[in-house]
Design a protein around this ligand. Structure first.
Ligand code: SAM
Ligand code: SF4
Length: 475
């Protein structure tokens, strides 16, 4: 695998700003998106090479339906050939929605007096985690507003608490975080608490637009936020997630900037982001966003496919903000993780609330309200392999996507067997009959595809052990 570095107007230095808006626009405006160039760039990505910004811009400029189809087909092929059919599942857990920032797209913003504020007590966190475990979840992302109550000590405390909750065979094996940037010491503290990924979305990489939508509070400082994951890396927290909130500014610019951010992390720390998120703006309490840059479904599918091709060894997260219909379509363009059974209202997993969302109690509208099991059913019907695997993180194998992508046999020897074993646990512990019937069929098919007989025998043995009560077996 090769990545040809480009020279940028602002050289990459740890902790320093790296976004030049004019430079990004210049790439977009000068891209020569002829059919020949677009096919050449797709071919390059399919040969497992990272794309430069100039090449990403060529894909962005492709307009004709044939070329857009070629980009989507390329992304689908890359995903199928390189990663196979696994999809990792997780759930978000909102811990507290107090917030001192004033982000105009968010229902939790400080000036929203309609918002019902709440921070879960420890007892409530335990109940929420138990309810999530009872549904079969193994991976959580804890979410917080930015508030003095949610400092690094508090976040670390809640992470440890979530890991400590065990019910029946249920346990949480990976806790990720989506929260405000911390100080250097803060990042070290949460790393020590055993988190997986620390996600911080830049929201928009366009400085003027950023200013327009972040009126006050710490988050109003564009560069402080931009450099935050550098500080995480400086403290040894090398598993970070980036993202942009699509709809604040031109999607083409944000895609380029996400690739630029990836290049910055690689240049400074030799490791790119673990995941990229691409949420689209949804309705929220007192939402105050100009609709000029809202992204339509066609452009959304195209941008996901372009990201897949541009950063082939980064995980891509698609959330329940999107409807079931959109999720089923775009999942094929390279998505590696989705949430299931998502509820945003604080305390709602254990209260088993299923009524209509009250936006004054939640950050934004969720459009896919299906249960985890319904999502698993659909994945199985589609011949995909739902996975709750947490093996790499627990064995200290960081850069797992990179390994999946570049180490020969890694997927067949680690990822697929681990997906099969975690799906087996789900079937044995939580699945209704119909789901287990479909699940065993998918497991059988994936076992047959393993080819290596020793590995197949070993997985079969472990499946038997799970049936007899053993848990948490992985390669
Ligand atoms: N308070 C932390 C922060 O701002 O970094 C946590 C972020 S928030 C709980 C998670 C993400 O939700 C935000 O970074 C933003 O991208 C996204 N978000 C906020 N309002 C949204 C909306 N109306 N629609 C869709 N996503 C939204
Ligand atoms: Fe607060 Fe985050 Fe919402 Fe901004 S996006 S108002 S920081 S919770």
């Amino acid at each position: 695998m090769k990545f040809t570095p480009e020279t940028y107007s602002i050289p990459d230095r740890p902790g320093e700003p790296f976004i030049d808006a004019n430079e990004i626009w210049n790439y977009i405006e000068t891209a020569d998106s002829t059919a020949e160039n677009v096919h050449r760039v797709i071919e390059k990505a399919l040969n497992k090479n990272r794309l430069t910004l100039a090449e990403t811009a060529i894909l962005i400029g492709a307009k004709s339906p044939e070329l857009v189809k070629a980009i989507k087909d390329g992304a689908r092929q890359l995903k199928e050939k390189v990663y196979g059919n696994r999809i990792v599942l997780f759930a978000p857990l909102y811990i507290g929605n107090k917030c001192s920032n004033n982000c105009l797209y968010c229902g939790f913003r400080s000036t929203n007096t309609e918002a019902v504020r709440m921070t879960l007590e420890d007892e409530q966190i335990i109940k929420e985690v138990e309810a999530l475990e009872d549904n079969g979840q193994k991976r959580l992302i804890l979410v917080y507003g930015e508030h003095r109550d949610y400092d690094a000590d508090y976040i670390a405390h809640t992470v440890k608490l979530a890991y400590s909750v065990k019910r029946g065979h249920g346990e949480i094996r990976r806790v990720n975080i989506n929260a405000a940037p911390l100080t250097n010491e803060g990042f070290a503290k949460v790393k020590e608490a055993g988190i997986g990924t620390y996600q911080i979305f830049q929201e928009t990489y366009h400085p003027e637009t950023y200013k327009k939508y972040h009126l006050s509070g710490k988050k109003a400082d564009f560069n402080y936020r931009l450099s935050s994951l550098d500080r995480a890396q400086d403290m040894g927290l090398d598993d970070v997630g980036i993202g942009a909130l699509f709809g604040l500014y031109d999607w083409r610019y944000e895609v380029m900037a996400l690739v630029r951010h990836t290049n910055h992390l690689e240049a400074c720390y030799n490791v790119g982001p673990h995941t990229i998120s691409f949420p689209r703006i949804q309705d929220a309490s007192l939402l105050n966003v100009d609709s000029q840059h809202f992204v339509n479904d066609d452009d959304f599918a195209k941008l996901i496919a372009i990201l897949r091709l541009a950063v082939p060894y980064t995980g891509m997260i698609l959330t329940a903000r999107e409807s079931a219909r959109i999720r089923s379509e775009v999942i094929h363009f390279g998505v590696s993780q989705i949430d299931g059974g998502t509820k945003l209202e604080l305390g709602s997993y254990s209260a088993n609330l299923n009524e209509k969302q009250d936006l004054n109690k939640e950050q934004f509208k969720v459009n896919d309200n299906r249960s985890l099991n319904e999502i698993i059913d659909e994945l199985l019907d589609d011949n995909m392999l739902p996975s709750f695997c947490t093996a790499c993180y627990r064995l200290g194998r960081t850069g797992e996507h990179f390994m999946e992508f570049s180490v020969p046999g890694f997927i067949k020897n680690k990822c697929t067997p681990n997906a099969i074993l975690t799906l087996t646990e789900y079937i044995v512990d939580y699945a209704p009959n119909d789901t287990s019937h479909k699940g065993w069929k998918v497991i059988e098919k994936n076992l047959n595809d393993l080819q290596n007989d020793d590995m197949k025998q070993s997985v079969l043995q472990r499946i038997e052990q799970i049936k007899q009560g053993k848990r948490d077996l992985y390669y």
